[in-house]
Design a binder for this molecule. Structure first.
Ligand code: BGC
Length: 670
């Protein structure tokens, strides 16, 4: 057993039950199951989810306005597959005496061992082995062994899937949300009331009552099946499926593993992050990757730009088939994006900020719909996919996404004497809203327009329109303060008063939970990387990037988990090695150590992708230049070596960085 691929409770910072449920959760892109205790305790939050299985309800506004999002979309919390009802002689009350968990990330299997004690000091051991099958994604399988440790007696077992009843609590934290919904459940399917979704299921319930001697055990296997289409009657063989699981995980790691020598904890953090990325990504072209994966109900299971800008680089470079299905999802919701643009009075398509079914579900438009950059983020990801994989076939089937987003920009922006401008937008930094010419948005929109022009010329379609797209891209205004020699985050940012950090006690962070937007928006204060994210994608030279880093980083609260990883990448590239190391470290252990104190809501998926960016775009300095993938060794002195693989146009490439080979030059593969 390779220790480096094993996650145990010793590796985890907080042993709170809800944290453990998230960190040890199992998922396969279709379903996810939180690793809750077999015997429920106060404060547990057991449950399972199916990607894209959601319920809708009307959003009630105190003051409504035209075009506001109309409906909540909420990933439904489904069954608790983990709770067991146990009886020893007449006793059904137990105290948990010991707990061991071992997530074998190398094989995609979770092993657990518990000892429970009755008031008469009878000890019973429970062992569970489980996995969310990647061979047959409708299956979550468990194998149980129950044995008396110091008594002989009658052991009664009742193990059934339990539906978790909705529990309405008012939440003031916008990052959490109630995910349970009243379901109509019959013998073979569950149905949501409003969204009309159907999920077929088949569960192996288990019941027994036996006299068991010390040394004997009760053992049984359970397969829980859920599917959006009627289930086939093929019998599942647990052992065969487990074998397949191991092969699939071996294949995954053979390409996607990263070996970082010099710090065992960070190495574990990296593998943990990659494990969850592989586990929660939708695979069917109709679902995506929710901000918390399939591990928790935070952000209601919504898909954001997180996928395109934080997760897709990892998938594009190491698991292109998954990347393709995540992009296919965007292609599939293009009609909704066209409807949304039209509803807002614009041509083309506008992808929604938060969504499951393609419709906008963000009720707060200044930090939601106004983040128009999502259009360009999606375009950027399609382009990166094409460049790295060479899969022009897929692009030719999805190029409408690029044309329609380009049409939107052309209609949304306008010409002034300064160039082509984009007003009233919100960039990635959600502590600054509804501004003119957000630098990131304008750079990304420009890139979006150019890529649409390239495709139009290549496929000889819409060539006349493409002339206008190119004109707008050429004229795109980007703000720069000549006096301060700084990139302007937007037209007004540098004119604002700076946030009074010295008067802000620690407990007032994250600011969004303690200050009204009218306070936050008025100041120079960032929630997350904005200009620097643009620099990561469109480098502006070390001197400029340093100046911008020195200016914007101290104004950044990093209240968003999407922030540090990006600052880390840029820090690597501009030679701020210590900062690069520190930021990377935090992104590697964010969930393991629960540094944002909300891992109980689910993993921070974007940060997990950010961890990959920190290593590959940061330490290894990866850049895509034309047809070439170029690297630069920025390995911090804390590490002796970094080794990873990636796929370029179908060919596996391996990169090894060491301290000895640290040179100033670029190297690459084409
Ligand atoms: C960030 C967004 C992100 C969302 C979901 C927010 O805190 O500001 O950029 O998309 O979380 O992860």
């Amino acid at each position: 057993m390779n220790k480096e691929f094993q996650l145990t409770l010793d590796d985890v910072g907080s042993n709170g039950n809800q944290n453990i449920e998230t960190l040890f959760a199992l998922a396969n892109g279709f379903l996810g199951v939180r690793a809750s205790l077999p015997i429920a305790e106060e404060g547990c939050n057991a449950g399972s989810f199916v990607n894209g299985f959601y319920e809708t309800s009307d959003i009630t506004y105190g003051e409504n306005a035209y075009g506001y999002a109309k409906q909540h979309q909420t990933m439904v919390k489904l069954f608790d597959f983990r709770t067991i009802e146990l009886k020893i002689n007449d006793c059904d009350k137990f105290t948990l005496s010991s707990r061991q968990m071992n997530l074998d990330m190398g094989k995609g299997v979770l092993q657990e061992k518990y000892v429970y004690t009755t008031s008469l000091n009878q000890e019973v051991q429970i062992e569970i082995e489980s996995f969310a099958s990647h061979k047959n994604r409708s299956v979550y399988a468990q194998k149980w062994r129950i044995m008396p440790l110091n008594f002989s007696g009658t052991i009664g077992v009742n193990k059934q899937a339990v539906h978790i009843q909705p529990n309405k609590v008012r939440e003031d934290d916008p990052r959490k949300k109630e995910s349970s919904a009243a379901l109509q459940i019959d013998e073979e399917k569950v149905q949501t009331k409003n969204s009309g979704q159907i999920l077929y299921y088949r569960f192996d319930d288990y019941q027994s009552e036996k006299l068991v001697e010390i040394g004997e055990e009760i053992s049984f296997v359970q397969c829980y099946e859920m599917s959006k289409t009627p289930l086939s009657s093929i019998k599942i063989d647990y052992e065969v499926m487990k074998e397949a699981q191991q092969t699939i995980f071996q294949d995954f790691w053979s390409i996607s593993d990263i070996e970082l020598e010099g710090n065992v904890q960070l190495q574990k953090g990296i593998r943990f992050n990659l494990f969850h990325l592989f586990s929660s990504a939708g695979r069917d072209g109709k679902t995506n990757f929710s901000a918390k994966g399939l591990t928790g109900e935070g952000y209601e299971g919504h898909y954001f730009w997180d996928t395109e800008m934080y997760l897709l680089p990892f998938f594009i470079f190491t698991q292109p088939e998954i990347a393709k299905s995540l992009l296919q999802y965007r292609r599939n919701i293009l009609p909704k994006a066209k409807e949304r643009a039209s509803e807002l009075g614009y041509k083309g398509a506008l992808f929604t900020w938060r969504t499951i079914n393609g419709e906008e579900t963000s009720a707060y438009y200044p930090a939601g719909t106004a983040q128009l950059h999502i259009n360009a983020d999606i375009a950027y990801a399609f382009e990166l996919y094409e460049k790295v994989t060479g899969d022009t076939k897929f692009l030719s089937s999805a190029k409408d996404v690029l044309y329609e987003t380009a049409r939107f920009w052309l209609d949304y922006g306008f010409y002034s004497k300064r160039g082509f401008e984009l007003h009233e937008v919100t960039g990635p930094d959600e502590y600054t809203a509804l501004v003119n010419n957000n630098y990131y948005t304008n750079q990304m929109a420009k890139n979006n327009l150019y890529y649409a022009v390239k495709l139009a010329n290549q496929y000889q379609e819409y060539v006349e329109e493409a002339v206008d797209w190119k004109k707008a891209a050429d004229a795109m205004f980007v703000g720069y303060d000549e006096e301060k020699k700084l990139t302007k985050q937007d037209d007004s940012f540098l004119e604002k008063e700076k946030w009074h950090f010295e008067q802000t006690p620690k407990e007032k962070y994250p600011l969004l939970l303690h200050y009204h937007p009218m306070k936050i928006y008025k100041y120079q204060v960032l929630k997350q990387a904005d200009v620097l994210l643009a620099h990561m994608l469109f480098p502006r030279g070390v001197e400029q990037e340093k100046r911008d880093f020195d200016y914007y980083e101290p104004l950044t609260t990093h209240d968003s988990s999407l922030s540090k990883a990006i600052y880390g990448v840029v820090a690597s590239r501009i030679g701020y090695e210590k900062k690069a190391y520190d930021f990377f470290k935090e992104s590697a252990i964010m969930d393991l150590e629960d540094t944002h104190e909300n891992a109980n809501h689910g993993i921070h998926a974007a940060n997990m992708g950010g961890c990959w960016l920190g290593l590959i775009y940061g330490f290894a300095g990866l850049r895509v230049e034309g047809e070439e993938i170029v690297f630069h060794n920025h390995l911090p002195k804390e590490f002796t070596s970094l080794k990873f693989r990636y796929l370029h146009k179908g060919n596996v490439q391996e990169v090894v960085l060491t301290q000895d080979e640290k040179t100033n030059g670029d190297f690459g593969s084409s």
